[in-house]
Design a protein around this ligand. Sequence first.
Ligand code: ADP
Ligand code: MG
Length: 346
Amino acid sequence: MFQDKSNPSTSLEQLGEFQLIKHLTKNFKIHHTSTVKSVGDDAAVLDLSNGKTVITTDLLVEGVHFDLAYMPLKHLGYKAVMVNLSDVYSMNALAKQITVSIAVSNRFSLEALEELYSGIQLACEHHEVDLVGGDTTSSTKGLLISITALGQADEAKITYRSGAKPNDLLVVTGDVGASYMGLQVLEREKQVFLVNPQSQPDLTNYDYIIERQLKPEARKDIVELLEILEVKPTAMIDISDGLSSEILHLCEESEVGCNLFEEKIPLDPQMMQTCEEFEINSTTVALSGGEDYELLMTIDQKDYDKIKGNPNLTVIGYMSEPNEKAHLITRANQKIALTAQGWKAF
Ligand code: ADP
Ligand code: MG
């Protein structure tokens, strides 16, 4: 889990910038006819004549968004792509192309960048996305990665944050809060490692939650599932900052209220067990943890029969009139105002 400092290392100065880019990108395959020209010229050429194009960018900074003490570079590359694809999927669009820009300090070797790009490549293969360009530069300190993703969808399919109506069902995919607990375990092991570098952490009891943190999977399958079920959500957003803050975004943009039922929030057993171990309330973690990269959507009640019983989709509440604001209904049937940080007792 911790980086092996004895790896062979080729300094980046030994290669020119163009050689480096060529080396890192040579094994990437092209999946889409809309990619007319990818890496290698002054600009990529795309044919975006089908439907509407969505575009999104994220910037990840070492020490702010990731810690290389426990984040292997391959996972980082994978996750950096997922973060962007998740934003494309939350528009109910399919991702087609990405650009990847990196700034690296001379502490990184060619082998380290190969690791990063192997994760990026795996993500591109799993999600059928073309790498079409980027930029490479040096930084005085640390690593920065900026990825831009382009996706396509028919105009009629695109889902905004703003379409939810009172009485729509609030639906979440997968489970929430596990990524945050994975991070807690990794932070704890890092502290142990700093004190005793010989320690070999046993993380078998935490495999799911650690994978959720290190290798999240953006929900392309849900965009495809919604198409098969013939359901178009009235609004959709991806869960990067925590369920609570995403619900508030939907409420604000759609001008509706919301009632969220604590007992309906889908939690993984390993996540719950780890919450007990850390003595943290699992609902608090689900509401404010973040980095789940699940999709949160609202669905018209008339579509309920189409989604009923689907293991990927859990109804966790319903939208209400705007003056009712956003609330959590607890297991004890208390009604508590939702805040961006989770919830606040009266
Ligand atoms: P310019 O000097 O015109 O910015 P570059 O040498 O930066 O050109 O880029 C050459 C080609 O390599 C372009 O197609 C660019 O998009 C691509 N590219 C540059 N850096 C990266 C990177 N980190 N990952 C993928 N493609 C890259
Ligand atoms: Mg450039």
